[in-house]
Ligand binder design. Structure first.
Ligand code: 1GP
Length: 255
């Protein structure tokens, strides 16, 4: 039977702390060694899991990066793949995403078919995730590379319909993605509309920078926020603590 230990742990965290904070590491942006102190301190800083992924593996040895991160991580390490080539054995789980807002078969099903046997072979826990790109200002890497159109920012009904389809297809997370470094994060009102429309836990990422950005999306119903770009190579633990504190809206003890 397929384990769902990492997913169950994320949901327990969401229930206990009000929401979860996921730190995204893109090994293509900076050498992994730059991130390792933050990875080691992750649990202490309030990070609930680490995502590792990139839209475009240009420079990094992705498998090695995951291995190094996992070797020092104090929280679960989850692959957030840009392609099936980023499926590597040393993580705890993988967001098994389908880019459901797009109509490009490569990211709807082809990459998944190529990757599934590796997920099984490596014993990774797959977390089925409906991945939705949301219009966010200038074109982002993920929009360009996936060759897919984002959902317009004001079209909450379209976002809700996609999220509900993800729920009915059995996906266990809905990820509203503005794209890494997005000029405009996913609108709070879209997060509110989607979160109240579906039962599937909602993840929000892309362009979030401040504790207020995180708190507003959690208040609107998101279960998890993701931040990468803003913390990359920065090493600012104080800032990380502020972001996680704003995300964990319930004052309870981590289990
Ligand atoms: C990107 O949602 C993530 O896939 C995080 O985005 O790098 O802008 O924080 P940022």
């Amino acid at each position: 039977m397929q384990s769902s230990a990492v997913y169950d742990d994320l949901i327990r965290t969401r229930d206990n702390l009000g929401a979860g904070f996921l730190l995204l590491i893109d090994p293509d942006k900076n050498p992994v060694s730059d991130f390792l102190p933050m990875v080691e301190a992750a649990r202490d800083c309030g990070v609930d899991a680490i995502l590792v992924g990139t839209s475009f593996t240009l420079y990094s040895d992705f498998g090695r990066a995951v291995k190094e991160i996992k070797s020092v991580s104090t929280v679960p390490v989850i692959i957030f793949p840009g392609s099936f080539a980023q499926i590597t054995p040393d993580a705890d789980a993988i967001l098994f995403t389908s880019l459901i807002s797009g109509r490009n078969p490569s990211y709807l099903i082809e990459e998944q078919v190529k990757g599934a046997p590796f997920v099984k072979k490596f014993g990774l826990e797959p977390i089925p995730t409906g991945y939705m790109l949301i219009e966010s200002g200038p074109l982002t890497s993920v929009q360009y590379l996936s060759n897919s159109m984002p959902i317009p920012r004001s079209k909450h009904d379209i976002a809700c319909a996609h999220a509900l389809a993800a729920q009915y297809l059995g996906m266990r997370l809905v990820y509203l993605e503005a794209g890494s470094g997005a000029a405009k994060p996913v609108p709070v009102e879209m997060v509110r509309a989607v979160s109240s429309y579906v039962n599937t836990p909602v993840v929000v990422g892309g362009g979030l920078c401040t504790p207020e950005d995180c708190a507003a999306r959690i208040e609107a119903g998101a279960s998890f926020v993701v931040i990468g770009n803003h913390l990359e190579g920065d090493g600012s633990f104080g800032q990380l603590r502020e972001l996680t504190a704003a995300t964990h809206t319930k004052d309870s003890i981590r289990i």
